[in-house]
Design a protein around this ligand. Structure first.
Ligand code: IMP
Ligand code: MG
Length: 180
C-alpha cells in the first residue's frame, strides 16, 4: 500500500477521485446512449484514469492509446508535439473520446484534436481528469472534466515528475518542483 510521501501535499483523495470517475462514467453513458465508444488514452499519464473510467462506463466501450512527445523537459510543455505511437484500432466511423490526465497549456490536446480530424471519425469529444485553466495558451474544448486544479505541479494517479509518483493512488502537489 502506497501511503503519504513527505514532499507531496495531498490535493485530491483516492475517494474523491473514485466518486468523480463514477459520475463521469454515468454522465458519459447517459450522453452517448447505447453508442459504442472508443476511449483514446494519451500515454503514459492517462493510463490509470482510463482504466478506471473504462470500468465506470456501462455497455459497448473499447479503448486504445496514443503516445506523444512534447519535446519538453521538466514541468513545462514546449508545444512542439509529435506522435510516438499511433492508434492500433482504426478510428474511422468511431465515436472517439480522448482521455487525458491533465490539460495545461492545451497544446497537446490541440495537436491531438487536429490529428483526429484527419481521420473520418463519427465524433470526437474530450474527457480530462484535471483542468489547469490558469495556464491555458490555446482554447481547447473539454466535454468532460473531473476537477479544476490551481497552477501547481501535480503528481500521482498516473501523473509523474521525472518518471516518479505515477503509482500514488491520490493526486498531490509536488513541493519545490522546478518551474520554467
Ligand atoms: P499541455 O500540452 O501543456 O496541455 O500539457 C499536457 C501534458 O503535460 C499532460 O498530459 C501531462 O502529461 C503534462 N502535464 C501538465 N501539467 C502537469 C502536472 O501538473 N503534472 C504532471 N503532468 C503534467
Ligand atoms: Mg499527458
Amino acid at each position: 500500500m502506497v501511503t503519504v510521501q513527505s514532499n507531496i501535499k495531498p490535493l485530491i483523495s483516492e475517494e474523491q477521485i473514485a466518486a468523480r470517475v463514477a459520475e463521469l462514467g454515468r454522465q458519459i453513458r447517459q450522453d452517448y446512449g447505447d453508442t459504442n465508444i472508443l476511449l483514446v488514452g494519451v500515454l503514459k499519464g492517462a493510463a490509470v484514469f482510463l482504466s478506471d473510467l473504462l470500468r465506470a462506463i456501462d455497455g459497448a466501450v473499447d479503448y486504445d492509446f496514443v503516445a506523444i512527445s512534447s519535446y519538453g523537459n521538466g514541468t513545462k510543455s514546449s508545444g512542439v508535439v509529435r506522435i510516438l505511437k499511433d492508434l492500433d484500432e482504426s478510428p474511422v466511423g468511431r465515436h472517439v473520446l480522448i482521455v487525458e490526465d491533465i490539460v495545461d497549456s492545451g497544446l497537446t490536446l490541440q495537436f491531438l484534436l487536429e490529428n483526429m480530424k484527419t481521420h473520418r471519425t463519427a465524433s470526437v469529444k474530450v474527457c480530462a481528469l484535471l483542468d489547469k485553466t490558469a495556464r491555458r495558451v490555446v482554447d481547447v474544448p473539454i466535454d468532460y472534466r473531473g476537477f479544476e486544479v490551481p497552477d501547481v505541479f501535480v503528481v500521482g494517479y498516473g501523473m509523474d515528475y521525472a518518471g516518479l509518483y505515477r503509482n500514488l493512488p491520490y493526486i498531490g502537489v509536488l513541493e519545490e518542483a522546478p518551474r520554467e
